[in-house]
Design a protein around this ligand. Structure first.
Ligand code: SF4
Length: 401
């Protein structure tokens, strides 16, 4: 991962949002329409037209990652997924070694589907398992079993999709350190290339948030112990942590994720999808009907857009890269974001003394204990950024480096 950009060829990620799910999980605030399958073919048509309009074939952009997320992408079936990915191949310069991921709910995949997807270039699958415990799955409103996760992994391997990621969640109502431990053990036993361990967050507007008082959540200390134990266990099993919640076998970090955190460029298609191209950030409306109509009738589909000034971009760099184990460096902050490091260094040193931040002589990053309070550390660093002595004189900085 490089965070100092260069001229010439530019790498681009493409994100495709599929806003359909079989039913809504109790904790989920992603934009998806449960049960609304009638729109699938019209949505696929609109998406393909939108991608074709975005044609960047004659540009410096090379696509090194394509990610189908949602929602439940596999719910729209392999033929629609293949139509969409073929439209991307036709309209963008897609690298031969491009990482092409499909997210899935384990009860929506079949062997024949994955074989067809593999032939069409899909080479990575991300399976939302969340837990191996049936009671926890039911609390989350998940409508699959752990056996279906096992089957999805075996289908993926038979279809020669070897790059497999599995999502797990801690902080689930009634979850105990023992049940969490067995979920982690059961997933490690499957030997996937990538494991994500997310903390359950109560998001406003979700069913779980509305009924929060009726759930018994593990307390903060228990959740911290669960997280730290999983970090150690995953390291022992050969998974390297590269972000607060993400662990991968060496070299198999998710390229799509890395683009978000390292301020790489990506173009998201579909309702609610976000993009970052050049210095522009924008997103599309969070409504499937309006998106389809907007694309097919050439109306407005942009929801928000902004360019951001130098200080905002420096803040973004600090906020995103401190989530990763690569962390931040004074050189990048000064050279790319023209911002002084002194105040930020003072702030980081305070946490360094407490063992929450580490420094390898070049880069500052959070330790696993630091990740547990990443929001506090990052907001302190952002305050330090505000107190910094303004923007560095560009000419002096280039002399210095
Ligand atoms: S399957 Fe995924 S996107 Fe759909 S409701 Fe559940 S968590 Fe949300």
């Amino acid at each position: 991962m490089s965070d100092v950009g260069g001229e010439g060829v530019r790498q681009l990620g493409i994100y495709i949002h599929i806003p359909f799910c079989k039913s809504k999980c109790s904790y989920c605030d992603f934009y998806s329409n449960p049960g609304n399958k009638s729109l699938i073919s019209l949505y696929t048509k609109a998406l393909c037209e939108h991608i074709a309009e975005g044609n960047l074939k004659n540009s410096d952009y090379e696509v090194d990652s394509i990610f189908f997320g949602g929602g439940t992408p596999t719910l729209i079936g392999e033929n629609n997924l293949i139509k969409i990915v073929n439209t991307i191949y036709k309209n963008f310069n897609v690298l031969h070694e491009c990482e092409v991921t499909v997210e899935t709910n384990p009860n929506t995949v079949t062997l024949s589907m994955l074989k067809k997807l593999a032939r069409a270039g899909f080479n990575r699958i991300s399976i939302g398992a969340q837990s191996s415990n049936p009671f926890e799955l039911s609390e989350l409103g998940r409508i699959h079993t752990f056996d279906q996760v096992l089957r999805a992994v075996s289908y993926a391997r038979t279809a020669k999709i070897e790059n497999i990621s599995i999502d797990l969640m801690f902080g689930i109502p009634n979850q105990t350190p023992d049940t969490w431990q067995s979920s982690v053990d059961n997933v490690i036993a499957l030997n996937p290339s990538h494991i994500s361990c997310y903390a359950l967050k109560l998001e406003p507007g979700t069913k779980m948030h509305q009924n929060a008082a009726s759930y018994l959540f593990p307390d903060e200390d228990t959740q911290a112990d669960m997280y730290l134990k999983a970090v150690r266990q995953l390291a022992d099993a050969g998974y390297e942590q590269y972000e607060i919640s993400n662990f991968a076998k060496p070299g198999l970090e998710c390229r799509h994720n890395l683009k978000y955190w390292s301020l790489g460029e990506y173009w998201g298609f579909g309702p609610s999808a976000h993009s970052f191209i050049g210095k522009l950030r924008f997103s599309y409306i969070r409504d499937t009907d309006l998106y389809i109509n907007g694309v097919l009738k050439h109306g407005v589909i942009i929801d928000k857009s902004e360019t951001g000034n130098a200080a905002e971009r420096a803040g973004e760099y600090l906020m995103l890269m401190l989530r990763t184990t690569e962390g931040i460096s004074s050189k990048v902050l000064e050279k790319k974001y023209l911002t002084y490091f002194e105040e930020i260094e003072k702030c980081l040193l305070k946490y360094h003394k407490q063992g929450l931040v580490e420094f390898d002589g070049v880069r500052w990053s959070l330790t696993p204990r630091g990740f547990l309070i990443s929001n506090t550390i990052i907001s302190d660093v952002l305050i330090a950024l505000e107190n910094s002595r303004g923007v560095v004189n560009k000419a002096n900085i280039y002399k210095k480096i």
